[in-house]
Every structure is written in structure tokens, then in C-alpha cells.
Design a binder for this molecule. Structure first.
Ligand code: PAF
Length: 289
């Protein structure tokens, strides 16, 4: 596994390969990232990982400085997973002092949900992902569905800018108790972690309610709010949105994302589940017989 820190060496290394699948990360790798690596491996003979805690996607009061950076551990995990190369640049390499700021934005998709609570977040995400795509020129890139809005925004950016990259959505990995895996789970005390379980429980309750025939989203939202409030979580949003437009929906009559962002003391967590009426799902071959 080769580790490069400059854009020039990353480009030179990338040129040795044909198809490359990139897994962009901010490090602090966990089993969820390992699953992204496995998806990447299925998509290209060369797997590249970027490890870069991107300052431009953090708000002034967010956790940029305290974000975990266990680089040696991350490198060991990548080596074990058979990653071919790592791009781990410094902030100055990615954002050289004096370089004019550039904004890539898709306001229709970046303003709701996370955008409301983290103004500027997706501008930073699009800025760094566009740069990483230009540097590594991957043929595919893997993103987790836990950050479903990020996944939607990046897919739309790639479409809108005609970038020849397949965006591979990868399912959320959960701990056995249901908590969605996230690098920020490391901030939780044992008690906070217990309370954080209300988030996945809320989603599962709403999912079961939908399966029992409830399609009115005001009912599903009320069901999700209950366990969050009972566990004294501070809710940023509990929403039911169209999976494509991210606009709120009143009824589940197409693919719909139930999404939660809530804070357990100082730790902000997000999670979601996609639901859809059976008739809106793509038909499988064996359904057609
Ligand atoms: O999801 C993340 O870890 C980050 O937002 C990403 C895509 C690596 C961009 O910094």
C-alpha cells in the first residue's frame, strides 16, 4: 500500500492504474468504512482511500479541532483491507494559501435538512469532493447511505458537472444494538450511547408502522419523535422527504427517506431509513414470472 501526501504524487500514482474506486473519508475508520472498501473492491481492481479532515465543511462551532485523527490505526486498517493507495494531504496542500475560494452548490438539495442546521456544510463537502475527484480521477466512488443527503448531493453534482464517475451507494452498517456506525460515536459516554439508541429505535418503529399500512407522514413523524423526547435528545429535525428531491412529503407514495438528526448532549448524530410502497420499487426478474 502506498501513502501519498501531495497532489502531484497522487496523480503520478493514479496514472499507473486503469479503473480506480475511491473511498473518500475523514479517517477514524470503523467497520462502516471497511464495508465501503469492500464495495469499492467490487467496483474496480484498484482501491484508493483519501483521509482528510476537511476544514471547509465544519461550521465555526463544530468539532473540527477535536475530530478524531488516529492516522496510524487508519493506515493499519487500510493495509489489512488490501487498499492500494492512500491520499492523505495536509490542509495547505488541498487549500493553498492565496488560492481563491471556489463554491460548488446545488441549493435545492443542500438547503433543507442538514443544510438548515449546518449552513455551508455541503459547500465544503462539494468543494473537497470535487477536488478529490479531479485529483484522483476515480472511475467509481463509494458513499454511505447514513449520510443520505450527502450521497444525493454528490450524485447530483456528478450528474450536473458531467463527471464520468459511478457513485456507489453503500448501506448503513449498524452495531448489534442498532446504533448506526459513525466516527462521532466515539464521543458518547456509556449513558449517552444508551440514549442514542432512541434514534435507530425511532426509525424502526416508524418503519414497522409504515409496514402495517400507515402512509401519512405526520403519523410516522410523531412516532419517531416520541422515543427521542423520552430519552431527552435535542431534536434538530425528524423528517419524511422524497428520496430524490428531498422535499417533505405528506404521504409515502414513492421512495421516501425518514431522517433524524438529534443531539445527545454535545454529540450530534444522524440516521435514516428509506421506505417505499412495493409498487414503486423496481421489479426483480423473479417478480415478473
Ligand atoms: O462523509 C465524509 O466522511 C466526508 O463528508 C467526505 C465525503 C469524506 C468529504 O470530506
Amino acid at each position: 500500500m502506498e501513502i501519498v501526501k501531495t497532489i502531484a504524487t497522487a496523480r503520478a500514482l493514479r496514472a499507473r492504474y486503469g479503473r480506480v474506486a475511491l473511498v473518500p473519508t475523514m479517517g477514524a475508520l470503523h467497520a462502516g468504512h471497511m464495508s465501503l472498501l469492500a464495495h469499492a473492491r467490487n467496483n474496480a481492481p484498484c482501491v484508493a482511500v483519501s483521509i482528510f479532515v476537511n476544514p471547509t465543511q465544519f461550521g465555526p462551532k463544530e468539532d473540527y479541532n477535536k475530530y478524531p485523527r488516529p492516522i496510524e490505526d487508519d493506515l493499519d486498517k487500510c493495509e489489512e483491507a488490501g487498499v492500494d493507495f492512500i491520499f492523505a494531504p495536509s490542509a495547505e496542500e488541498v487549500y493553498p494559501p492565496g488560492q481563491p475560494d471556489i463554491v460548488v452548490d446545488l441549493p435545492a438539495l443542500t438547503t433543507p435538512l442538514e443544510g438548515k442546521h449546518r449552513p455551508g456544510h455541503f459547500k465544503g463537502v462539494c468543494q473537497v469532493v470535487a477536488k478529490l475527484f479531479n485529483i484522483i480521477q476515480p472511475t467509481a466512488a463509494c458513499f454511505g447511505q447514513k449520510d443520505f443527503q450527502q450521497l444525493r448531493v454528490i450524485s447530483a453534482m456528478v450528474d450536473a458537472l458531467d463527471m464520468p464517475i459511478d457513485i456507489i451507494p453503500c448501506p448503513t452498517l449498524r452495531d448489534p444494538d442498532g446504533l448506526a456506525m459513525s466516527s462521532r460515536n466515539a464521543y458518547l459516554s456509556a449513558d449517552e450511547r444508551q440514549r442514542a439508541l432512541a434514534i435507530s429505535r425511532a426509525l424502526m418503529l416508524a418503519y414497522s408502522e409504515f409496514r402495517s399500512g400507515i402512509i401519512q407522514t405526520n403519523r410516522l413523524i410523531a412516532t419517531m419523535q416520541r422515543p427521542l423526547l423520552e430519552n431527552h435528545l435535542n431534536i434538530d429535525y425528524v423528517a419524511a422527504v422524497d428520496a430524490n428531491t428531498l422535499k417533505p412529503v405528506e404521504k409515502v407514495d414513492g421512495p421516501t427517506v425518514l431522517a433524524i438528526a438529534a443531539r445527545v448532549n454535545k454529540t450530534r448524530l444522524i440516521d435514516n431509513v428509506t421506505i417505499a410502497p412495493p409498487e414503486s420499487l423496481p421489479q426483480r426478474d423473479d417478480d415478473e414470472e
